[in-house]
Design a protein around this ligand. Sequence first.
Ligand SMILES: Cc1ncc(COP(=O)(O)O)c(C=O)c1O
Length: 414
Amino acid sequence: MPGFRLEQGALVCDGVPLSAIAAAVGTPAHVYSGAVIDERYRALDRALAGVPHRLHYAIKANSTLGVVRRLRALGSQADVNSGGELEVALRAGFAPDQIVFTGVGKTRAELKRAIGAGVAAINAESPTEVDRIERLAAAQGVVARVAVRINPDIDAGGHRHISTGHHATKFGMSVADATRMLRDMARRPWLHIVGLHLHIGSQITRIDPFVRAAETLVALARSLADEGIRVEHLDLGGGLGIAYESGQEILAVEDYARAVIDATRETGLTVLVEPGRWIVGPAGVVVTEVVDLKSQADGSRFIVVDAGMTDLLRPALYDAWHRIEPVAPREGELIRADVVGPVCETSDTLGRDRRLPPVEVGDLLAVRDTGAYGAVMASNYNRRPTAVEVLVAEGAWRVVRRRQTVDDILQWDE
Ligand SMILES: Cc1ncc(COP(=O)(O)O)c(C=O)c1O
C-alpha cells in the first residue's frame, strides 16, 4: 500500500519503516513516497483527459533533483520561477520546450539564459520586461516565445501571503494593460506570442476562483483572436489545495478538472496547469526526534524536537497547520503540548496546543504533508545544516539530498 500508514504499530512509508530510515540517516529527515507522487500525478493527468493539456510541475514546491526526475519520468513538464530552478529543470532532463518560466523580476541574465535555451514560454509581467526580452532575443538572433501573465483581480481566499491573483499584488497585469501590451507585442518580430498565463494563489479550496480565472483567460483569448492575435495555450497556473487537517474540506481533483475542462474546451486551445503542492505535498513527511520535554511555571508544556523552522518554515511563515504524530505511538492518556524546534525564535513552533500520545525523549515524531514548500524553504539560520532528504521508491529508500555539514555552510565565509 502506497503512502504513510501505521503498520504493526509504527509509521511506514510505502512499506518501509520510518524508524529504519531515521536510524540510518539520522534526524531531522525529509522522507518522500515515490508511490504517492506517482499516484497523484497520474490522477490529475487522468482527470484532465477531456482537454488537450500539459502538466507543468511547479518545481518551486520541491526542487530536489530525485523528486523532479521522478516527475519527468511520469511525463510531466516543468514550471520554473528562477534561473536556479531553470537549471534544475534542465539538469533533471527536461527539454527546454517542456519548460515555462514565470516570475516577477526576472533578471537580464535569467532571461538571456531562458531565451537562449528556447523555453516553451517566458511568462512576461510588464511592458518593460517585454522590452528586455525583445532586446535580448534580437541580440541572440532568436525569436522568444512569450506568454503574458494576467492578474485577473480574483481573491482566491487562503493566507494573504500565498494569494497572488488580486489586483493589489505584484503579480501579472490587468486585462486592459495586457491587451494593450499584446497588441504591441504582435508587431514585434523577435517576439512570438504563445499563450496567456495566470496563477491566482496557492492552497485554494474553492472552485469559483478557478472558474472565474479560467473564464477571464478564455474571454481574453477570444477577444485577441477577433483582432487576429492567436495564442496556442492557456496556462491556468497551480493552486489546488490539499487537506492538511483530517476532514478538512478541499476540492476533489475531478471537480477541479471538470471546471477547467468546461471553461476551456470550446477554445480548442491546449491547457497548461502548474501543480506543485497538490502533487508532492502529501508525499512527504519530516521525521524528527524528541530532544527534550519541558514545562513552564504556568503549566505550558513543550515537546522540543530537532526539526525547526529552518527545516519547515510554513508554520512560522503562514501559521500553517501540519499534522504531527509519533512514529511509534505509545499507549496511554493523550498529553497536551506545543511541539517546538530548537531555533532561537518563539515562532519556531511546529504545532501549537497539540494532543498527542505520551512521548519520551528519543522518540520519533512525523510532521505530515511536508513534501511541498518544506525542504525548498530551508535555511541555515542559527548555522543549522539543512536536513537529509530520502526518497522511498520501488520498495527501497535512498538519499536524494545529503545532510549538510557545518563545514558545507562555512565554506562560503571569507
Ligand atoms: C507561477 C506559479 N505556478 C505554480 C505554482 C504552484 O502552486 P501550487 O503549489 O499551489 O500548486 C506557484 C506557486 O505559488 C506559482 O507561483
